[in-house]
Design a binder for this molecule. Structure first.
Ligand code: NAD
Length: 482
């Protein structure tokens, strides 16, 4: 066991074992071997991290630092991430099986999250309201306190950085709990924060399972904000736990994204993005285009091209530069996705391509299914894998109706060359993000979040500022009346 890598907790500027000494195994889903161990956090470990971040907030320099100095510290961390990009990407690829080129892309986006929020905080513009009464008032955005951040396994570093970056940029201290499936890159980030000279407690990392490690964080009244990305089911538990001490929550949850292709679309572009939207990261993307709606008049032609493009994806070892698609992130997740594919077939769905690899690997090949009833579980529920369910529509109204017929509302895509249709349909879709003729492109100033079961609240730009600060109104007399 001694050759296994180890990922401890980062508490108060030091990497430590759990107080109990307990560890859990960390798997490589491509080789199906244990390659590392991580500290298994107990309630006592989480409480130590909370105490450390509380002290760092109440007494430490971070919230009291000037905004320029704090931004510079965060840029130092981003510099280190850039220097070690290969090493970090290797951790995510080993830990969850995503192709190395995609992991490198995730590191670059994570670096950008830190740089963006560092600058956003440094350069933000306040508001002043002149009042007719002889006063003026202005708003001030002070840090909220201790932030508990809980992240999933599909983009281990990127999802965590999306939460940590705005939290610490606005002067909060933060405790991150990565998914138990993917502790590696976030722990590494915690090590880099020490190296970048962050004061102890500004960024603590607690490894371990949802309960007790995560649930201790969300339920503790020394925590002032809870930001969570994960499944809708867990999101409800997190919200209930945070409600016991009235901590505001931001929940980024599951999705079942609609991808609508109109007959007037540029089909090359639409096929390219339809493949990206459901097969990138082996479909393990909350924003995946997992429900595809194609206009009847082009259905056959589009499907022939889409199926051919899916079959061209190179499946293999995620470290092979030729690989575009690899295994699912864990055995548990493989079993879940495989059971949806089986139930789709049992429910009368036609598998146009793909299916479960029968070679003992944890691969589900790029899978496209049509012919499912609108209430069939694989059609309605989030599968979170490389499984696209397809349906046809006759006109714009039917496309919008089908797309909106879901409890989720994270995102949607639409493909058309008709400008008026693009705006009209985008505005009718019940979703937090709508992409027109593209997918996965983000501007960090815009709101990000979901409707219905896809989440509560928005993050990004000023939306993150509002969540991670306590906005305050200051009213000031200018003219003494009477
Ligand atoms: P999950 O809900 O199982 O776990 C997410 C995190 O919550 C993990 O760190 C887990 O340990 C922790 N957790 C579990 N129980 C907890 C509890 N009781 N208290 C506190 N923390 C707890 O989700 P997952 O399987 O890791 O991730 C996949 C899900 O995440 C999918 O539904 C996907 O759509 C969603 N997701 C959403 C977004 C978004 O931005 N909306 C982005 C990525 C993933």
């Amino acid at each position: 066991m001694s050759e296994l890598a180890f990922f401890g907790h980062i508490i108060d500027g030091v990497e430590v074992e759990s107080e109990s000494g307990a560890r859990f195994d960390v798997w490589n889903p491509w080789t199906r071997e244990v390659w590392a161990q991580a500290a298994e956090g107990t309630a006592a470990d989480a409480e130590r991290a909370i105490a450390s971040s509380r002290k760092a907030f109440d007494e430490g320099p971070w919230p009291r630092m000037g905004r320029v100095e704090r931004a510079a510290a965060i840029h130092r961390l981003a510099d280190l991430m850039e220097e070690r990009a290969d090493e970090i990407a290797r951790l995510d690829t080993t830990n969850m099986g995503k192709p190395f080129a995609q992991a490198k892309h995730d590191v670059a986006r994570s670096v950008w999250n830190f740089r963006f929020f560092a600058d956003h905080q440094r350069d933000h513009v306040g508001e002043v309201f002149p009042m007719d009464s002889g006063h003026h008032s202005y708003s001030e955005f002070g840090p909220a306190g201790v932030v508990a951040a809980i992240s999933p396994w599909n983009f281990p570093l990127m999802m965590a950085s999306w939460k940590i970056a705005p939290a610490i940029a606005w002067g909060n201290t933060c405790i991150i709990k990565p998914s138990e499936d993917t502790p590696a890159s976030v722990t590494y980030l915690g090590r880099l924060a020490i190296e970048a000279g962050f004061p102890p407690g500004v960024l603590n990392v607690i490894n371990g399972y949802g309960a007790p490690a995560g649930s201790t964080l969300t339920g503790d009244d020394r925590v002032d904000r809870v930001t969570f990305t994960g499944s809708s089911q867990t999101g409800k538990m997190v919200m209930a736990s945070a409600a016991t001490h009235l901590a505001p929550v931001s929940l980024e949850l599951g999705g079942k994204g609609a991808n609508i292709v109109f007959a007037d679309a540029d089909l090359d572009n639409a096929v390219y993005w339809a493949v990206e939207a459901i097969f990138r990261n082996a479909g393990q993307i909350c924003l995946a285009g997992s429900r595809l709606f194609v206009q009847s008049s082009i259905y056959d032609e589009f499907m022939t091209r889409f199926v051919a493009a899916a079959e061209k994806l190179v499946i293999g070892d995620p470290f092979d530069p030729a690989t575009q698609f690899s295994s699912l992130a864990s055995k548990r997740h493989f079993d879940k996705v495989a059971s949806y594919v089986e139930s789709a077939q049992a429910l009368g769905g036609r598998v146009l391509t793909g299916g479960v690899a029968e070679d003992g690997s944890w691969v589900v090949r790029p899978t496209i299914i049509d012919g499912l009833a609108l209430d069939a579980a694989p059609y309605c529920e989030e599968i979170f894998g490389p499984v696209c369910v397809v349906n046809r529509f006759e006109d714009e109204a039917q496309a919008v109706h089908l797309a909106n017929d879901t409890r989720y509302g994270l995102n949607a895509m639409l493909f058309t060359e008709n400008l008026s249709r693009a705006h009209r349909v985008a505005s009718k879709l019940r979703a937090g993000t709508v992409w027109v003729n593209c997918f996965f492109i983000r501007d960090l100033r815009t709101p990000f979040g979901g409707v219905g079961d896809s989440g509560v609240g928005r993050e990004g730009g000023n939306f993150s500022r509002e969540f991670f600060t306590e906005p305050k109104a200051v009213v000031m007399q200018i003219d003494r009346k009477g």
